[in-house]
Design a protein around this ligand. Structure first.
Ligand code: GDP
Ligand code: MG
Length: 298
């Protein structure tokens, strides 16, 4: 007898920077969630859909949970992370192979409250010099709570990622697909374009700028086989402008070139990108502006 078709929701949770977005991109084989070495890269809940002949798995990427949220943005991000746990078929808690932390405990206690199975993914095993070090970590993890399964993997190299997929599959209900078979995410092209700009801002600035960066799309139009996009990089302070623009506009130019390259890959066509840098004090505390920048919507 052949296996029935399965379809369901899987939320991936974990402390900031542990590799959740990298894993989602790997699982759906497309870059739908931006990643960087900075902790607050993912701000919205977003889904990645993987459909094949056996199943449709809907992965939910979440912002990492912030303990002691400092402003409206962080509170909105926490709400998105918590909300994405409700009603799912399976939760994957992600930790890093470098060791269990107090922040991992905090996320685990939230995840454990859900009535569905909880799996543990131990990420970044490519960084381990000695694989034997995994055993004590797996032991330590299984003492903390009863995980349905523990899967060591590397989201970056792809090692063991198909094992995670096979594990997750077992916990999904037999039902017809919920999304069109070719749909990969729930976000539109404008959102993706804004995210790709924000990713390049994060990547090019490293530690020089705090998290006070948001990107809004002013226009997005298809002209024949091209897309013309205008985007604004919003900052909190006038003094941050120079950092983003760089000497002679050099840095902004580099941000634009890299973002455009990523957009051309994603949209599979030529892109004309115009970038502006503007200041609006306190945007991370303004509900209204956060809404227009797509934060906190469901
Ligand atoms: P998130 O905040 O949990 O979504 O984490 P990201 O997916 O944005 O990843 C944070 C950083 O960890 C990025 O610099 C990734 O390239 C890196 N990273 C993610 N997965 C792995 C992995 O398996 N191995 C290594 N070495 N780095 C990884
Ligand atoms: Mg992320």
């Amino acid at each position: 007898m052949s296996e029935p078709f399965r379809c369901g929701f899987v939320t991936i949770v974990g402390r900031p920077n542990v590799g959740k977005s990298t894993l989602i991109n790997r699982l759906v084989d497309r870059k739908i969630s931006i990643t960087s070495q900075r902790p607050q890269t993912t701000r919205n809940r977003l889904i990645g859909i993987k459909t094949d002949e056996r199943a449709q798995i809907v992965y939910v990427d979440t912002p990492g949970l912030h303990t002691g949220a400092r402003n409206t943005l962080e509170r909105v991000m926490n709400r998105a992370a918590r909300g994405s746990l409700e009603g799912v078929d399976c939760v994957v808690l992600m930790v890093a192979a470098s060791g269990w932390t107090a922040a991992d405990d905090a996320v685990m206690s939230l995840a454990r409250r859900q009535p569905c199975p909880l799996l543990l993914a131990i990420n970044k095993i490519d960084r381990l010099k000695r694989r034997e070090r995994l055993l004590p970590l797996m032991q330590q993890a299984s003492e903390r709570t009863a995980f349905a399964e523990i899967i060591p993997l590397s989201a970056l190299s792809g090692e063991n990622v198909t094992e995670l997929e096979s594990s997750v599959l077992r916990y999904l209900p037999a039902q017809a697909p919920l999304f069109p078979l070719d749909q990969v995410t729930d976000r539109d092209d404008r959102f993706m374009a804004a995210e790709l700009v924000r990713e390049q801002v994060f990547r090019s600035l490293h530690q020089e700028l705090p998290y006070a960066v948001a990107v809004g799309i002013e226009h997005f139009e298809r002209v024949g086989k091209r897309v013309r996009i205008g985007a604004v990089i919003w900052l909190q302070k006038e003094s941050q402008k120079g950092i983003v623009i760089g000497r002679g506009g050099e840095r902004l130019k580099r941000i634009g070139t890299h973002a455009r390259g990523q957009m051309e890959k994603l949209f599979d066509c030529k892109v004309h990108l115009e970038l502006w840098v503007k200041v609006r004090a306190g945007w991370a505390d303004s509900q209204a502006l956060l809404r227009t920048l797509h934060y906190g919507e469901e």
